[in-house]
Design a protein. Structure first.
Length: 164
């Protein structure tokens, strides 16, 4: 038995009208939009805690702000994740000002002031200090004194939020 071709032409089968049901697509996009709006955060995470330290806990309610990031771990002092000086060298010195840290902070301050002149981005002099909770207070005090002398007098200590 041989195959007998149909008398219909191929272009007639393709010319049938195809309609798209937009109702279900609109429902899907509405659900996605509502989900994204519910999960959207206007604050976000402005500060990424360093992995080399354990932050202290506090019941403070203030939100973090964008600022220069100074990290004081058990081994290093870092500015924007760039190692500056070892903690052992800081603890061995007698004065309150940490010279290598002061030089790095001055460099960032000059750069921020240049950005203010070129683009109008105001230099705030804000610094966030992430300090390990097991560090001696004198070490944190030296870092804060250095920040204050290096045009970063607006300091905030980064802590974990403890509810209750």
């Amino acid at each position: 038995m041989a195959f007998v071709p149909s008398k219909r032409k191929a272009h007639e089968t393709m010319s049938s009208k195809v309609s798209l049901n937009l109702t279900s697509m609109m429902d899907m996009f509405t659900i996605i939009l509502v989900f994204l709006l519910k999960t959207y955060s206007t604050e976000g995470q402005l500060i990424q805690p360093s992995q080399n330290l354990t932050l202290p806990s506090s019941t403070i309610e203030n939100s973090p702000q964008v600022a220069l990031d100074v990290i004081v771990s058990r081994e290093w002092i870092m500015v924007n994740n760039e190692p500056v000086i070892q903690i052992s060298d800081v603890e061995a010195q007698r004065g309150m000002i940490i010279k290598p840290l002061s030089q790095v902070l001055d460099r960032y301050a000059k750069e921020a002031k240049r950005m203010e002149e070129l683009y109008g981005v105001k230099f705030s002099g804000k610094a966030t200090i992430q300090g390990d909770k097991k560090l001696p207070f004198r070490t944190i005090l030296k870092v804060m004194a250095t920040c204050g002398r290096s045009e970063y007098p607006n300091m905030r200590l980064v802590v974990y939020h403890k509810s209750g």
